[in-house]
Design a protein around this ligand. Structure first.
Ligand SMILES: Nc1ncnc2c1ncn2[C@@H]1O[C@H](COP(=O)(O)OP(=O)(O)OP(=O)(O)O)[C@@H](O)[C@H]1O
Length: 496
């Protein structure tokens, strides 16, 4: 390897939290003009390693060299001064400000060194967004933008520093297929300028499309690095998991039972229109549509966190009261949402508490004392089934990696023994091994008489578990496909 092209070398990087070592040997060699995928299962130590690179966490040991010089940053702004920018999973825009103001927050162009030069700031923002081909108006207020556009602004902001190294931690988690293509074009532009990108994603299709090199971490240790061209999907998954992926084939044709959920002409102005569909006991119904097709809003109206303007929802033969999630839960509906805050997770509470929260009554003796033994066995069973990686279930849920927090949400919903499980992007941020566990839990759940209504932007996920697929387009149902007739291309053609 030509060392002159090396932008970053990290070796033997270690980190412990409360005496538990989570990073034993973080290593990475990053070359200019490349996209380097940092791969690993949930809790493998990727974010910890990146936070150390960025100066957001101090390291316990190891060396990091940036362009040949030892680096030890104490803050993200110091890392930025040395040419490292990050796009994190957490978005932090100021909602009342415009796109241009957000892009240049804290480094506004000034006239006479004093007054903010708004005209120049706007022109610079317009030029930057145009160059990146991001369809975002510079004068729009951040609060009026969709989540996908907010994410694009964050990406544009990181790229505007023209840093030598840009770290992208799951940059596509909030954007749709179209924006992903736009992002990849922007990444190619950045590469052409000689910068390098560290790219983290659990979506392997993206990695094979955009990355040149890869590094795998497992259980806090570097495992291997190489060129993407020299490895296939199966080999990469095996390196990430430490063993071959066991996919459980979908069980043979299931016979669906009685209708459990029916929506009748459900509409919300501007979001979705006249949606009538039915989910029967024993089946998984997948909803597929592009971002903005009204799929999430529809799920929210069914669950009760959004008020429809007309139509109604029937569940197990009775009408569901409008916008009452409490009543939905009481009647046996649980919702797993991609946004953990919406799923009601309490970040500071223990993993044990979050999993058993909605099951406290059945776990209590005389309705008062929690039966700790039953609680422990429930929590450890769910933890094992979902491969939740934690030093102890007594730790705060917020100390878990992102993917493991999402598994806690799933564990909590399943342990409340619902009849209907509504899932909105349930495996976002979840690694390949745990995804398969979640699919098989869904299959087991419907085989035992439950029903699942699933929204996912990943067509392979919908195809993997659904019995029927309803296509959404511009807030309306475009058609329905039995699993046997559905392919990724047919779904995309109908939805696009
Ligand atoms: N502040 C913290 N306190 C205690 N433990 C922590 C803390 N931050 C991270 N950890 C632990 O470090 C381990 C590695 O977490 P990290 O977030 O780096 O994983 P990751 O590879 O980024 O996972 P994911 O793909 O799920 O985001 C996890 O077991 C996590 O629980």
């Amino acid at each position: 390897m030509n060392t002159a092209s090396l932008l970053l070398e990290a070796e033997g990087v270690t980190k412990s939290f409360n005496g538990v070592t989570v990073l034993h040997d973080g290593r990475l060699r990053l070359k200019s003009g490349t996209v380097h995928a940092l791969c690993g299962g949930n809790g493998a130590g990727k974010s910890t390693f990146l936070n150390i690179l960025m100066g957001l966490l101090p390291r316990d040991g190891g060396t990091i060299r940036v362009k040949g010089k030892d680096a030890h940053f104490d803050s993200a702004s110091e890392a930025l001064r040395h040419g490292i920018a990050i796009i994190t999973q957490e978005l932090s825009p100021v909602p009342e400000m415009t796109v241009a103001e957000n892009l240049y927050l804290g480094r506004e162009p000034r006239r006479a060194g004093v007054f903010v030069d708004f005209a120049r700031m706007r022109a610079d923002a317009a030029e930057l967004l145009e160059r990146l081909k991001f369809d975002v108006p510079p004068d729009a207020k951040m609060r009026d933008l969709s989540l996908a556009k907010v994410q694009l602004v964050e990406i544009a902001k990181a790229l505007s520093y023209e840093a030598d190294i840009v770290i992208m931690d799951e940059p596509t988690s909030a954007i749709g297929e179209n924006e992903t293509h736009v992002l990849f074009d922007a990444i190619r532009l950045v590469k052409a300028h000689g910068s390098a990108i560290i790219y983290v994603s659990h979506r392997l299709t993206e990695i094979f499309e955009i990355a040149d090199e890869y590094t795998v971490f497992r259980d806090g240790c570097w495992v291997e690095s190489g060129c993407i061209a020299d490895i296939d999907r199966k080999q990469l998954v095996t390196a990430i998991l430490g063993h071959e992926l066991t996919t459980r084939s979908a069980s043979a044709e299931r016979t669906a039972g009685e209708p459990m959920l029916r929506t009748v002409g459900l509409s919300q102005e501007g979001c979705f229109d006249e949606i009538s569909l039915q989910v029967r006991a024993g089946e998984v119904v997948g909803i597929y549509g592009l971002l903005g097709s009204g799929r999430t809003e529809f799920l929210e109206a069914v669950y009760g966190t959004r008020r429809p303007t007309s139509g109604h929802v029937e569940f197990c033969g009775g009408a569901l009261p409008v916008s009452s999630p409490r009543e939905s839960i009481r009647r046996g509906i649980a919702m797993v949402s991609e946004d953990r805050k919406q799923s009601g997770i309490i970040p500071a509470a223990s993993i044990r508490h979050n999993i058993s929260l909605s099951t406290l009554k059945p776990l209590s003796r005389f309705g008062v004392f929690i039966d700790r033994q039953r609680e422990s066995s429930l929590v450890s069973r769910m933890g094992k089934e979902l491969l939740i990686k934690a030093a102890s279930y007594n730790l705060a849920t917020e100390s878990l990696s992102g993917g493991n927090q999402q598994k806690v949400v799933f564990a909590r919903c399943l342990s409340s023994r619902p009849k209907l499980l509504i899932c909105d992007e349930p495996t976002r941020g979840i690694d390949e091994g745990a995804k398969q566990e979640i699919y098989s839990l869904m299959r087991k759940f419907v085989a035992e008489g439950g029903a699942v209504l699933l929204v996912s932007s990943e067509a392979p996920e919908i195809l993997e578990v659904s019995d029927r697929i309803v296509i959404f387009k511009n807030g309306r149902t475009k058609g329905e496909l039995p699993r046997s007739q559905a392919t990724q291309q047919v779904m995309l053609d109908m939805a696009a």
